[in-house]
Design a protein around this ligand. Structure first.
Ligand code: PMT
Length: 378
């Protein structure tokens, strides 16, 4: 039933500027037409071994990545045992050396069967990348594991599969989101950080082969797969979590979190009367970067500088004063930049000098940051 999602998958891959060629099994054509997939992929769709006598060799040879979505129990069994009796299974068998993603979709009874579990074990040990399935309501009306993963998860796996693993061996800690400094059980001081910048950094590091821990303040974002996520609230909790990861051997720390500079001097355990809120005594919070930079073992430290206007000299001063190896300047008052948007425009400052980027997605900023980091860290 999940075959219909292949239209969205093809369209989203093309939006990401991939060239998409689709192969269909005979059974899939009972759920979706070749025409709909031809429209979505803007390419010829192949559905028979005999359409084009060499397609089963040429298609996988020309591919950077093979995605089987949905992957039925039957197809998985064929792949696991080298059966090549239709176009899809023949292409997969001929895709030697290529990265292959399988996104299983079936009833939970089939997924949990010893045979299917054995086949998936064989395929994972052969190096295939399994995405999902998810638990939830199934086509047959039952609840359980067996729903094909969301298209966004499959795309994420495709991006990761194609990324060079140039951060392999690095232990990367990223902080993201705001902190909350409580005044009383009801009120707190915080900021507009959504966590998007930090989550993009964590995903980019994971996709490039790093072991990633994401320390996130309160955000609505779900923890990305394949990443250890530690949730914190206050600046103090974030400091403790960062220290713990640095002491555990982190090699790179990227501080994208908007950490509060001040917290209420007296946190009340009961709700404060409105009349008593006119003034609020505040204490400085401990600076996390300074604490890490002045400790014994020091990871490569990347900080962010949130400014309003082109205060590059303030960013440079922060880098020097706090002991950062690199600072990412962003003018959070500029259109499409900074808090709670999907894009950012940044300037890298480091010992190699300065590099200014155009407005781009936060994921692309993250990728560019790690490219720069690897250059200057070398
Ligand atoms: O989360 P998004 O909605 O995607 O928004 C992204 C962002 C705007 C929050 C992000 O791009 C950003 O600019 N993060 C840094 C915000 C910030 O606190 O900047 P700052 O100039 O006040 O702090 C400088 C650096 O010191 C930062 O790396 C910060 O994490 C760190 N810091 C700050 C205070 C503190 N007590 N300890 C720290 O380590």
């Amino acid at each position: 039933m999940a075959a219909y999602k292949a239209v969205d998958l093809a369209r989203r891959l093309r939006d990401a500027e991939a060239s998409v060629t689709i192969m269909m099994t005979e059974a899939s054509q009972r759920f979706i037409t070749p025409l709909s997939l031809e429209t979505a992929s803007q390419n010829r769709v192949y559905s028979s071994l005999f359409d084009d006598p060499l397609a089963h060799i040429r298609l996988p040879a020309e591919a950077d990545l093979v995605i089987i979505a949905p992957a039925t129990a039957n197809s998985l069994a064929k792949f696991a045992h080298g059966i090549a009796d239709d176009l899809v299974s023949t292409c997969v068998l001929a895709a030697t050396g290529k990265k292959i993603i399988i996104a299983p979709a079936m009833n939970w009874r089939m997924y949990e069967s010893p045979a299917c579990r054995r086949n998936l074990e064989i395929l994972r040990s052969d190096g295939m990348i399994q995405v999902g399935p998810e638990s939830g309501s199934l086509a047959c009306g039952e609840e359980g594991i067996g729903r094909m993963s969301e298209v966004s998860e499959i795309i994420e796996a495709a991006v990761a599969a194609l990324c060079p693993k140039d951060l392999a061996g690095e232990t990367v800690v990223v902080t993201a989101g705001p902190t909350r400094e409580y005044i009383d059980p009801v009120r707190f001081i915080s900021n507009r950080s959504s966590g998007k910048m930090g989550f993009a950094l964590a995903r980019a590091a994971r996709n490039r082969g790093a072991s990633v821990t994401l320390i996130a303040g309160p955000t609505a974002l779900a923890a990305p797969s394949g990443i250890t996520c530690i949730r914190t609230e206050t600046a103090k909790e974030m400091l403790q979590a960062v220290k713990g990861q640095v002491n555990a051997g982190a090699t790179i720390l990227v501080m994208a979190a908007a950490v509060a500079d001040f917290s209420p001097a007296n946190r009340s355990n009961t709700k404060i009367e409105k009349k008593d809120l006119a003034t609020l005594a505040l204490d400085r919070t401990d600076d996390i970067i300074t604490a890490v930079a002045s400790a014994g073992r020091k990871p490569f430290i990347v900080g962010f500088a949130a400014e309003t206007g082109m205060n590059l000299d303030r960013a440079a001063r922060k880098m020097k004063d706090k002991g950062m190896d690199m600072v990412v300047f962003n003018d959070v008052s500029a259109e499409g930049c900074g808090f709670d948007v999907d894009t950012n425009r940044v300037i890298f400052l480091d010992r190699a000098g300065k590099k200014e980027l155009e407005l781009m997605s936060k994921y692309d900023v993250a990728d560019a940051l790690f490219n720069r980091l690897l250059q200057i860290k070398a």
